[in-house]
Design a protein around this ligand. Structure first.
Ligand code: C5P
Length: 333
C-alpha cells in the first residue's frame, strides 16, 4: 500500500444505471446463464458509493429505495468490498454508505452499479489503484452487468454480458424511464423466457446491423426503431400491464420503447428534453406509470468523485469529466 493512498479517510465513487439498447438471448448454458449479444448504454441516473475505514464491516443505504435493499453481508456492494479485500490480502474493514437513486429490481443494474462503485472506492481507499483489467475480472465474478458499470459509455456485451467491447457511436440520447411499482427478479424473467421458447430452436445470438448503423450515425429515429429485447415477451408475460405502458409511451411521441433489461422499467427514447418532459407528464397523468425518471446517455462509467485524506486536509474531488478512475483524476484542493 502506498503512503499517500494510506492517508485516505473516505472515498466516494459515482456509478451510472444502464439500459440495454439490444438484448439478444441465446440458449441456456450448462452453468445456468444464457449466451448474450447485447448493447449496453450507461445513462445519467447514479448511485454514490462512499467507503470509510471502520471498526467492523457495515453498510447503510440512503434514499427512497433504502427499504428495498438488504443492508447486510448479502448486499452486492459488501460482497464486492470483501472480494477485493480477500484478493488483495487486506484486513481493513470499511463502512459502505450508498446514496441510491437507481431504481431497485428494475432492470437498470442498480445492484451491479453499487458493486462496481464499492470495488473502485475500496481499491482507492486501500491504496491499491489496481489495473483496470484486474478490477474488471473481479467485477465479472460478482455479476454479469458489473463490468459494464465500471466501463460505462456504450458497449457490446457478449458471453454472459460480461465480455465488453466499446461501441464508438455518435449522439447523445434522451430517455424517459417508466418505473414499475413491483420489481421483477432477473432469474425469474430468464426462466420465463426459456418457458415461452421451449420446444423452439434458439440460435446463438448475434448483434444486429441495424443497431450498429443507428449508433454509428447517431440517428435517434433509427435507434428508436432498432431497440429490441428478447426478454421483453417474458417481462410482459409476468406483468401484462406493461403493454399499456408501452402503448401510452408510443402514442405520446416516443421514438421507441423497450423493456429495460429484465424489466419492469420501460425505457422510451425521445428526440429532445422538451419531448421528454411531455412524455413524462403523459405517462404519469394517464396513470400508466406510477413514477418516471428522465436521463441522457451515454455517460461515463464508475468514477471517483471525492477522496478525502486525513486530518491534514482534503484530497479534493475529481471533476465529472476527468476520464480517470485513478489518482491522476483527483485534483489537490
Ligand atoms: O450475473 P447476474 O448475477 O446479474 O445474473 C442474475 C441471474 O440472471 C442469473 O442467476 C441467471 O438466472 C440470469 N442470467 C442469465 N444469463 C445471463 C445473465 C443473467 O441467465 N447472461
Amino acid at each position: 500500500m502506498s503512503s499517500a493512498a494510506a492517508a485516505l479517510q473516505c472515498v466516494t465513487a459515482r456509478v451510472p444505471a444502464k439500459v440495454n439498447l439490444e438484448l439478444m438471448v441465446g440458449p441456456p448454458r450448462p452453468d445456468g446463464f444464457h449466451h448474450l449479444a447485447t448493447v449496453f448504454q450507461a445513462v445519467g441516473l447514479h448511485d454514490d458509493v462512499r467507503v470509510e475505514p471502520a471498526e467492523d464491516w457495515g453498510i447503510t443505504i440512503n434514499g427512497p429505495y433504502a427499504d428495498l435493499v438488504p443492508a447486510d453481508e448479502t448486499n452486492l456492494a459488501m460482497r464486492a468490498a470483501r472480494l477485493l479485500a480477500r484478493k488483495a490480502g487486506i484486513d481493513l474493514p470499511v463502512h459502505i454508505t450508498i446514496d441510491k437513486d437507481i431504481p431497485v429490481a428494475a432492470g437498470m443494474a442498480g445492484g451491479s452499479a453499487d458493486a462496481a462503485g464499492a470495488l473502485l472506492a475500496c481499491d482507492a481507499l486501500w491504496g491499491e489503484w489496481s489495473p483496470k483489467a484486474d478490477l474488471e475480472d473481479l467485477a465479472a465474478e460478482l455479476g454479469s452487468d458489473v463490468p459494464f458499470a465500471l466501463m460505462g459509455g456504450t458497449a457490446m456485451g457478449s458471453g454472459r454480458g460480461d465480455q465488453l467491447a466499446p461501441v464508438l457511436g455518435r449522439g447523445r440520447y434522451t430517455w424517459v424511464f417508466a418505473l414499475g411499482d413491483v420489481g421483477l427478479s432477473t432469474p425469474t424473467v430468464y426462466a420465463e423466457c426459456d418457458r415461452l421458447r421451449s420446444g423452439r430452436r434458439v440460435p446463438q445470438p448475434t448483434p444486429s446491423a441495424a443497431m450498429m448503423t443507428a449508433l454509428r450515425s447517431g440517428d435517434a429515429v433509427a435507434l428508436g426503431r432498432a431497440l429490441s429485447n428478447d426478454l421483453q415477451p417474458a417481462a410482459l408475460s409476468l406483468q401484462p400491464r406493461l403493454e399499456e405502458v408501452l402503448r401510452t409511451g408510443m402514442d405520446n411521441g416516443a421514438l421507441g420503447g423497450i423493456v429495460s433489461g429484465s424489466g419492469p422499467t420501460i425505457a422510451f427514447l425521445v428526440s429532445d428534453t422538451e419531448r421528454s418532459l411531455d412524455l413524462a407528464v403523459a405517462l404519469t397523468a394517464s396513470g400508466a406509470a406510477p413514477s418516471v425518471k428522465r436521463a441522457v446517455g451515454p455517460v461515463r462509467g464508475a468514477h471517483i468523485v471525492t477522496a478525502v485524506s486525513g486530518p491534514r486536509g482534503s484530497f479534493g474531488s475529481a471533476g465529472p469529466d476527468t476520464g480517470h478512475t485513478g489518482p491522476a483524476g483527483l485534483r489537490s484542493s
